[in-house]
Design a protein around this ligand. Structure first.
Ligand code: NAP
Length: 492
């Protein structure tokens, strides 16, 4: 607890992993005037929305957990989506957050005026706040491919984040899958195992790193339940693997990068015996340029009789299926769009209006800019959680939210002590920060010549182009000289 003189009103947008975290952080500091607005009918974010077969988190479960609420009961090394959803539901109960969460309230606009935010939802409700924590996630808005004739398809067609569970897969069903990222690598093996005839339309092959999954034994969970030290040891092991090997390999350590490159190449060579198929699956870009897929099931699945890898370009979608540029038609009963997300949407389509009436669409028209991911120039006291330059290779996104949450709460502490009324970054600090990000990207694996959601249309980084350790360091405390801290009645 801080020596607070005053306590803010806080609106948290989104009751996914980050929104839940921020509610806990507020309550921890004695800030009770909070409301969490959730557009759906239940909490969970990513894990509520992604229910495709085989959905799991490819970050080890003991690391994909709040640091303050470890879970000794994870059933597997990589927890399934349903189990992760259950973890967050249990956390909401444990911290008695239900009273603060309002489901079915989609925020349509947030407007800043005279030192206060007014947040409006689709039901017309309005909420006043000193601070808004925008916890709407990164990979939230499905990206639909711009392919001629897509809407003409006569069978069932859906995006992976809108999985149609009424469709049953068996040997009578011909399925077409467009895309082959981390999501596709998880569900394609499930479809192949169902006996369905699965055609995978792969535009760009991706590197796959094999890290085996396994179930935790009853004895192991018994011990984990009795020893917080053991829980921390499991977490530490995964952290070392991701932070000190994987993340450093991508962010510049040459020997680690060389080793990772050898590992993914060896994985392809050992897993796929047929040379022609192997050549089709071989990426032509550096490992890590696109997010590395962690998976052991895709290569075996794509070699099964009922799986077909199709690399020729798609010409168009017809009512019957997928027509290739060479004129071949692949007939499909079901078409699954595993085409990822619009990572640059952030809080939109919500209307966001900052000081002097600045609209976010206008502010970001030419370039999305933020300072230390969470602060935006004309949007005082508005924190965009998991904002630009947040994804940090394959590390745990929960850890990223925690680091950002701690940074933000240091500012809230200062507000509570009456040091300022509004905070936003100075333009020169934003400009310097953008240059710092550009400097890190140049020569990195992310800028080595592939197309990915890690880069914007100009080829600038959406990711943090340095190591995880440097991110933690850079977010450890606010640099107050970079910030425009104002008292309400003070002149501008
Ligand atoms: P993604 O990695 O963005 O992959 C999209 C796929 O769709 C790519 O193969 C892309 O091909 C293809 N595609 C897009 N438009 C296309 C078009 N017009 N024609 C043909 N192909 C097209 O999407 P994702 O697999 O859903 O994964 C997104 C992110 O979600 C991941 O990077 C990861 O951060 C996260 N994720 C995490 C986990 C986890 O376990 N932690 C699991 C799943 C997803 P190109 O490569 O040629 O563009």
């Amino acid at each position: 607890m801080s020596n607070a003189q005053r306590s803010p009103k806080v609106v948290i947008i989104g009751a996914g992993m980050t929104g839940i975290l921020m509610a806990i952080k507020c309550l921890d500091r004695g800030i009770n005037d909070i409301v969490v607005l959730e557009k759906a009918d239940k909490i969970g974010g990513t894990w509520r929305e992604n229910t495709y077969p085989g959905v799991a988190c490819d970050v080890p479960a003991h690391l994909y957990t709040y640091s303050f609420a470890m879970n000794p009961n994870w059933s597997r090394y990589y927890a399934g989506g349903g189990e992760i959803q259950g973890y967050f539901e249990e956390i909401v109960q444990r911290y008695q957050l239900e009273q603060y969460i309002q489901c079915g309230q989609e925020v349509t606009s947030s407007e800043f005026d005279q030192g206060q935010w007014t947040v409006t939802t689709n039901s017309g409700e309005q909420y006043q706040a000193d601070f808004v924590f925008c916890a709407t996630g990164i990979l939230h808005h499905p990206a639909y491919p711009n392919i001629k004739g897509l809407d003409s398809f006569a069978g069932k067609m859906f995006h992976t984040a809108r999985w149609d569970h009424s469709v049953k897969f068996d040997s009578s069903v011909k399925v077409g899958v467009i895309g082959n990222g981390s999501t596709a690598a998880q569900f394609i093996p499930e479809l192949v195992n169902s006996g369905a005839d699965v055609s995978v339309f792969m535009r760009t092959p991706q590197w796959i790193m094999p890290v085996s999954d396994r179930a935790f034994g009853n004895w192991e969970r018994y011990l984990l339940n009795r020893s917080p030290w053991l829980q921390r040891l499991y977490r530490w092991g995964s952290t070392v693997l991701l932070k000190d090997f994987f993340n450093r390999a991508l962010s510049g350590a040459p020997i680690r990068r060389w080793l990772l490159d050898k590992l993914v190449r060896l994985n392809l060579r050992r897993s796929v015996k047929d040379k022609a198929l192997r050549a089709q699956l071989q990426p032509d870009f550096q490992v890590g340029c696109k997010r590395v897929i962690i998976n052991t099931t895709f290569y075996p699945a794509i070699q099964k009789q009922n799986a077909h890898l199709i690399r020729d370009g798609i010409a168009e979608i017809t009512p019957q299926g997928v027509l290739m540029q060479d004129g071949t038609l692949h007939q499909c009963d079901v078409l699954i769009l595993s085409t990822g997300f619009n990572a640059l949407s952030y809080m939109r389509p919500m209307a966001l209006t900052g000081s002097n009436g600045v609209d976010i669409e206008a502010a970001w028209k030419h370039k999305i800019e933020a300072y230390r991911s969470v602060l935006l120039k004309d949007y005082p006291n508005f924190f965009l959680m998991l904002g630009p330059h947040t994804p940090i290779a394959n590390f745990s996104i929960i850890a990223m939210s925690e680091v950002q949450g701690d940074y933000i709460m240091q500012l809230i502490d200062k507000w509570m002590q009456g040091d300022f009324d509004t905070v936003s970054p100075k333009q020169e600090a934003i400009t310097a920060y953008q240059q710092f990000i550009r400097d890190g990207l140049s020569g990195s694996t992310w800028a080595s010549g592939c197309q990915s959601w890690y880069l914007d249309a100009d080829g600038d980084a959406i990711v943090w182009p340095y190591s995880w350790a440097s991110y933690v360091e850079s977010m450890s405390q606010p640099i107050f000289s970079d910030l425009d801290l104002r008292k309400q009645d003070a002149p501008a």
